[in-house]
Ligand binder design. Structure first.
Ligand SMILES: NC(=O)c1ccc[n+]([C@@H]2O[C@H](COP(=O)([O-])OP(=O)(O)OC[C@H]3O[C@@H](n4cnc5c(N)ncnc54)[C@H](O)[C@@H]3O)[C@@H](O)[C@H]2O)c1
Length: 260
């Protein structure tokens, strides 16, 4: 399938590692100029160096997606370097597995700000440029937790449900400009994020972490976790004109763990 992404310009938040890193690599491999927007500069620069050696056009902009000034600077820097923005992937996120009763207000705000408010903060300054171009693709990383809350992940679930609602509203608002807005909902991937969940669950329950993971995988019909490329492939598809009639969707990539 020809995606026709060569020459496009994309911003990927959370692009330094994990799912975001795989999306950056996938887009760069298709000839897209990619801006890696992440709070961890070393990993982002390392990735950029590697991709540039392979001939890709990559820019790193240190960004805390929960800060308005950083989001605005990200857009300004992208336009200065590449002149336009065709694709925005909001992949930055954090998790903490903790019982609801133990979530302090500061912790609640941190997770909601980084996972949900960030999508508002980063997307808002991008949109005028997509509207002017009368085209664009916005892809937000939600989660299986964006459709079904899990014990220990109350604030994470609240943030990921918010991302799906925002995705639907924005898809309706921006349809007249031919801008597609979709979400992707991964199930479980063994990135730094799930390693953190395993640590917390194992400590809380006394069950060895590998057993915790095996128990979760056992509930998945396909009996395996997802790989970062599974998610990146769907994001690439949603970034292209191949999916031009899909908007407002929240696509499950979870091995059948949840079907809707
Ligand atoms: N791993 C999973 O099983 C899973 C499942 C469902 C959804 N997701 C979602 O996928 C996305 C990527 O997750 P991942 O598994 O790759 O996690 P990860 O922890 O490996 O990567 C997250 C990235 O976001 C960056 N980030 C965190 N806070 C930031 C901030 N304030 N500003 C800018 N960047 C920031 C991190 O530095 C990191 O590079 C997240 O939105 C996550 O919620 C992951």
């Amino acid at each position: 399938m020809e995606l026709g992404l060569d020459g496009k310009v994309a911003i990927v938040t959370g692009g330094a590692r994990g799912i975001g890193e795989s999306i950056v690599k996938g887009l760069a491999g298709e000839g897209v100029s990619v801006v890696i927007a992440d709070i961890i500069l070393d990993a982002a620069q390392e990735l950029a160096k590697k991709l540039k050696r392979e001939g890709a056009r990559v820019l790193v902009v240190k960004t805390d997606v929960s800060r308005k000034a950083d989001a605005e600077n990200l857009v300004t820097a992208t336009l200065k370097e590449f002149g336009r923005i065709d694709i925005l992937v909001n992949a930055a996120g954090v998790v903490r597995d903790v019982k609801f009763i133990d979530i302090e207000e500061e912790e609640w705000d941190r997770v909601l700000d980084i996972n949900a408010k960030s999508v508002y903060l980063v997307t808002r300054p991008v949109i005028p440029h997509m509207i002017a171009a009368r085209s664009g693709k916005i892809i937000n990383l939600s989660s299986r937790s964006g459709k079904e809350g899990q014990a220990g992940l109350a604030h994470y679930a609240a943030s990921k449900f918010a991302v799906i609602g925002l995705t639907q509203a924005l898809a309706k608002e921006l349809a007249e400009y031919d801008i597609n807005v979709n979400a992707v909902c991964p199930g479980i991937l063994r990135t730094a994020m799930w390693e953190k969940i395993l640590d917390a669950r194992s400590e809380r329950t006394g069950i060895p972490r590998e057993q915790v993971f095996a128990d979760v995988v056992a509930t998945i019909p396909l009996k395996r976790p997802q790989e970062v490329t599974d998610i990146a492939n769907v994001v690439l598809f949603l970034s292209s004109e191949v999916s031009r009639n899909i908007t407002g969707e929240s696509i499950n990539v979870n091995g059948g763990g949840r079907m809707d």
